[in-house]
Design a protein around this ligand. Structure first.
Ligand code: ADP
Ligand code: ASP
Ligand code: MG
Length: 408
């Protein structure tokens, strides 16, 4: 079999962990497999590099940020190849330019466009274990790009797809995908499997165990994807496109603190105002999430919406610059908010799910300031300080520790 294994930052955080992973890779080879390994930067390296850059310029260009952040992954792959060589096996490390991982131009959030296979295939045929940098690519200007935080998962799945690998294993510091973040909800339950669509939602809504785009790629190209622990032998969670989960109303809870709420007050209550506002934000490249608009009063109305924390300064700047054009009275914003969401494929046809979620939050004394629903998820905006408590309350209410919440 050809297997792509990805190991996250905590799995390669220090020398002992590197040798632990090296031995696991060698074991896979001994079982008769060809192995391509994708690595993240060690431990908190990426955060440390971001902090280092901020000391020089908090608004440094995205191009230079990518040049800097990509070095973390390059350290890991070289160290891993050294460890495997030291253990008597042949390994070679390659970065994205050497492999030929081409991406879009968007620095810090690039999308993989294509992967050249020839170099990896050549090294495999020479009997090498190939160790590839996650998270990075190269754009049409021959510049280094990165795929967004957590993007090594996507590197691994894209490589598995390009190489027609039989399996893509994502090794991390928990034993699989749980009904909620097991670090927050102590009785969260490990899932044997989860559908692509549900996992895309959970990942997008804050469950960072997988990068959301990695799941989209796995779905599109039919990659067999498993999440498991690099520290135990436990079986992980299979992410698959299944229909057996039809009856599951709620399969998981996720939260996201990377959110700011903005309220634009005193807009004219006439057609076209929302269009003007959101098209301006769109042009500035700002991604808006939940939106609510108040009912008009005295020919005025307010619109509130959420953006990621990173986009807050740019959003405020764009609004201020266009104050006359938009004709609002004032803008307020709140950084201390979080989004709490439940996800389940069977939710669309069952209104009882929403009321049960709201009841759980009411019982826990958690105030809801915004609500947004789609076919397979319900999200609420709450105070950041309430998010852990809210998550536990909702998880308990649906009894997710015992089983997936189903219709009777
Ligand atoms: P890696 O460095 O291996 O990529 P991450 O920190 O990106 O690891 O992702 C693993 C973390 O995701 C876990 O330590 C866990 O706290 C968190 N997490 C959030 N939601 C979930 C979930 N539903 N199931 C499992 N882990 C989750
Ligand atoms: N090192 C990068 C990050 O911390 C990519 C990854 O870990 O997947 O976001
Ligand atoms: Mg990750």
């Amino acid at each position: 079999m050809l297997i792509v294994q990805k190991y996250g930052g905590s799995s390669v955080a220090n020398t002992e962990r590197i040798f632990n992973v090296a031995n696991r890779i060698i074991d896979t080879v001994k079982e008769g497999n060809e192995v391509v390994v994708v690595l993240s930067a060690q431990g908190d390296t990426t955060d440390d590099l971001i902090a280092k850059a901020a000391e020089i310029d908090p608004n440094a260009s995205r191009r230079e940020m990518d040049m800097l952040l990509s070095t973390g992954e390059q350290q890991s792959v070289a160290l891993m190849a050294m460890a495997i060589n030291k253990l008597g096996y042949r390994a070679i490390s390659l970065n994205a330019a050497q492999v030929g991982i081409s991406t879009s131009s968007a620095y810090s959030n690039a999308k993989i466009r294509s992967i050249r296979k020839s170099r990896i295939e050549r090294e495999l045929s020479r009997g090498y274990i190939v160790i590839v940098t996650g998270f990075q690519g190269v754009n049409k200007y021959d510049d280094v790009t990165t795929l967004g935080r957590g993007g090594s998962d996507t590197s691994a799945v894209a490589l598995a797809s390009a190489l027609h690998a039989d399996l893509c294993e994502i090794y991390t510091d928990v034993e699989g995908i749980y009904t909620a973040d097991p670090r927050v909800v102590k009785n969260a339950r490990k899932l044997d499997y989860i559908s692509h669509d549900e996992m895309v939602e959970l990942a997008t809504l804050g469950a960072k165990v997988l990068h959301n785009r990695s799941v989209e790629v796995a779905k599109k190209y039919n990659v067999e994807l498993v999440v498991r622990s690099s520290l135990t032998k436990a079986e992980g969670t299979l992410v698959k496109g299944d229909t057996k989960m039809e009856k599951v109303l709620v399969s998981g809870v996720a939260s996201d603190k990377d959110i700011s709420r903005i309220t634009v007050m005193g807009l004219s209550d006439q057609p076209g105002e929302a269009f003007k506002l959101f098209s301006l934000l769109d042009k500035a490249g700002i991604c808006v999430d939940i939106i609510i608009q108040s009912l008009g009063r005295k020919s005025k109305k307010d619109i509130s919406f959420t953006v990621s924390k990173q986009d807050l300064p740019m959003t405020l700047e764009t609004l201020e610059k266009n104050k006359d054009r938009l004709g609002f009275a004032e803008v307020s914003h709140d950084d201390n908010v979080a989004k709490l969401s439940i996800v389940g494929a069977g939710m669309a046809t069952n209104s009882g799910v929403a009321s049960l979620m709201f009841e759980a939050l009411f019982d826990a004394g958690v105030n809801i300031s915004m609500i947004s629903t789609s076919e397979i998820k319900i999200s609420v905006l709450i105070d950041e300080k309430d998010v852990e408590r809210g998550m536990i309350a909702v998880h308990d209410k649906f009894n997710l520790a015992e089983s997936n919440y189903r219709r009777d």
